[in-house]
Design a protein around this ligand. Structure first.
Ligand code: SAH
Length: 396
């Protein structure tokens, strides 16, 4: 096994069990290691710190698999870690029996670079690091054993693989394509999930609780759902008794899926739903000019800032849509607003939303702070895992 020896003083983050080792912390590699190989990590004084996956092309030069220098990283390791991640969710009553659930949340489950989402009897995996890529077979075996699922599909086509020098990989790893897209029931609403062509692994499971909250708030209100994707928030609003729900997305296929999802739920009042294929920024400006107003506006945009380096440009985009959102609210209305940018922390996000309210001339207060669901935990040693943050704001 190659040995990765850190520069003096650079063992500090590993001592706090942070799973990433940046290129600037690494002194030298002794022995040989190819991308994804497991290396021993040692402090400058040769104190062993643990074992990590080596990734020579990435700025994140290594990701710790274990902080126990004696723990073997082998098939049994992945079996144990995957079983532990699945058991962690089974121990939380709110997650028990969920048909759509994130089973492995990468670093926060001690499995850097590995995402696994379950939709019914199908699991979709996404491998985003060189180390995860190398252990594909062990990961599949661990998932089959821990879940009893009948199909595993790989969606390793996230752009972050490029940073690790990895090509996109997609396809069935176990079992064959089902005759119908997998469907889940979330908060009593049926949703079909396009695991092959949809975004990420097919669905944004992290917003499950927030969609339920929208259902509780929607009764009698005119709801505007911006960045609706396949209609998760829209359908919850209809189920919650919204007077009307206007949903906007720039993706035609997402809107087709959204309407198909609505059709799966025959008890929902389809006549109250309106779908608009448009750029949210432009559409909201048009509504403002036309004097159209709403009681509840949801803003769940894509990641504007993948990293802190993009925070400035992202801040302007967040400010812009939140400003437009505030302007479209009737008195007493609610703004449910999110950022899933890792590069924009909750403090900065709150500042942006406050600035938007000020510029819109609206007095407003935060009535709830919102986050991802419990199957997207944030390991305390990995604060970067807290990417999704939201605010529920009530205007005067
Ligand atoms: N709220 C959704 C997830 C939103 S993901 C859910 O609960 O499932 C972000 C969505 O924004 C994607 O569907 C993407 O197609 C859409 N999008 C990205 N940029 C956009 C833009 N400028 N205008 C409208 N939609 C956009």
């Amino acid at each position: 096994m190659g040995k990765l020896i850190l520069l003096p003083g650079k063992e500090r983050s590993a001592m706090k069990r942070h799973p990433w080792l940046f290129a600037g912390s690494v002194g030298r590699l002794e022995g040989r290691a190819r991308p994804g190989d497991t290396v021993e990590v040692l402090a400058d004084d040769l104190r062993p710190l643990g074992r990590a996956a080596y990734s020579p092309r990435s700025q994140i030069r290594a990701r710790f698999w274990t902080f126990d220098p004696a723990e073997a990283v082998d098939d049994a390791f992945f079996k144990r870690r995957i079983a532990a991640a699945v058991a962690r969710r089974a121990a939380l009553p709110e997650l028990r029996g969920q048909q759509g659930i994130r089973l492995i949340h990468a670093e926060s489950d001690g499995l850097p670079g590995i995402i696994a989402d379950r939709y019914g009897d199908t699991v979709v995996v996404q491998l985003t690091s060189a180390g995860a890529d190398k252990w594909r077979a062990a990961i599949i075996a661990g998932l089959l054993k821990a879940t009893g699922c009948v199909r595993i599909y790989e969606r390793s086509d996230s752009e972050v693989r490029g940073l690790e020098g990895l090509e996109a990989v997609t396809g069935w790893l176990h079992g064959t394509a089902p005759s119908q897209a997998p469907a889940i029931v979330e908060n009593d609403v049926q949703l079909a999930v396009d695991i092959v062509g949809g975004h990420k692994t097919g669905f944004y499971l992290d917003q499950r609780d927030n969609r339920a909250l929208l259902g509780q708030l929607a009764a009698g209100r005119d709801v505007l759902n911006c960045f609706c994707y396949t209609g998760g928030f829209s359908l919850q609003a209809l189920a919650g008794g919204a007077a009307s729900v206007l949903s906007i997305d720039s993706s035609g296929p997402a809107l087709v899926q959204a309407q198909a999802n609505l059709a799966l739920n025959s008890r929902l009042p389809a006549a109250r739903a309106e779908w608009l294929e448009a750029d949210v920024f432009a559409a909201l400006r048009d509504f403002r000019k036309a004097g159209r107003r709403f009681d509840l506006v949801v803003l769940d945009p894509p990641k504007f800032a993948p990293s802190a380096a993009h925070a400035d440009r992202a801040a302007r985009a967040y400010k812009d849509i939140n400003l437009l959102g505030f302007r479209l609210l009737r008195p007493g209305g609610l703004l449910m607003t999110y950022s899933c940018s890792g590069g924009v922390g909750i403090e900065l996000f709150q500042k942006i939303v406050a600035g938007a309210a000020l510029d819109a001339g609206r007095d407003a207060r935060i009535v709830r702070r919102l986050a991802g669901a419990a199957d997207h935990p944030v390991a305390l040693n990995f604060p970067e895992g807290e990417y999704l943050k939201g605010l529920l704001v009530q205007v005067d």
